[in-house]
Design a protein around this ligand. Structure first.
Ligand code: ZN
Ligand code: ZN
Length: 239
């Protein structure tokens, strides 16, 4: 099992991350990746950069760095139980890749019924490309109902390496992986690296996927052509 792109990574623009775009690209190249998404937190997050960071991505950075294609994105936070995110459409529309994630400091834990309603709302947001680390404990939801809706609305489900170490998320991921396999729901496997040395490292995620013989054809970032088709069909000729 392998990935050819890391679709969730942070730079020093999020101050709890510690590497630059160049350092991340160097490690992506070393890891043999063809593409790297730069997805820092949004301005509404305590730790996010100014909105100019996002406005300038396309202007300041090359599309390809050290042989690695750059995908310009953001990791937005889900901020209410209807599933609204903290990055408005006006900001999302010019970016290539929008992740929607629950972060504990921005949304209190709630019952599965409440979180199910939240994710059904997120699914309908056309700006969202991928559902970030959705196995967090305390935020469980009706996995089958929501994951099927993510597929219906073209959202990718993330299997997030960093979050596997969070309290008891492995069992939630096992259930998410089981359902994604059963209903052929596409996933992406990402590092969520906050340091360049972790770019492309997804061993724990692979171990969970391999436990259930998860088919690589459902991992959109396991094959460049598959990823290219997915992203380009939504956003134009990015890859
Ligand atoms: Zn996150
Ligand atoms: Zn992240």
């Amino acid at each position: 099992m392998h990935i050819i792109a890391d679709l969730h990574t942070h730079t020093v623009a999020s101050t709890h991350a510690y590497s630059t775009v160049l350092e991340n690209a160097e490690y992506a190249a070393k890891a043999g990746l063809s593409a790297l998404a730069v997805t820092d937190h949004t301005p509404a997050s305590t730790d996010g950069p100014h909105v100019w960071h996002f406005h300038n991505l396309h202007k300041a950075l090359p599309r390809e760095l050290l042989g690695v294609k750059l995908i310009f994105g953001a990791e937005s936070s889900i901020i209410d139980y209807e599933g609204h995110i903290d990055f408005p459409h006006e900001e999302c529309k010019d970016l290539d890749w929008i992740i929607a994630s629950i972060h504990r400091n921005q949304l209190a834990k709630a019952s599965p019924d409440v979180i199910t309603k939240l994710y059904l709302g997120v699914a309908e947001n056309p700006d969202v490309d991928m559902i970030g680390h959705c196995a967090t404990t305390g935020y469980e939801f009706d996995y089958e109902k929501c994951l099927k809706k993510f597929k219906e609305y073209g959202k990718i489900v993330e299997i997030n390496e960093s979050s596997i170490t969070w309290k008891n998320t492995s069992d939630n991921y096992r259930e998410i992986i089981r359902i994604c396999k059963k209903f052929e729901i596409p996933v992406a496997v990402n590092s969520d690296a906050h340091f360049c040395g972790l770019i492309g490292k997804t061993e724990r995620a692979f171990a969970l996927l391999e436990e259930q013989c998860f088919p690589e054809k459902l991992i959109i970032n396991s094959d460049f052509e598959m990823l290219k088709e997915h992203i380009n069909s939504k956003k134009g000729n990015i890859l």
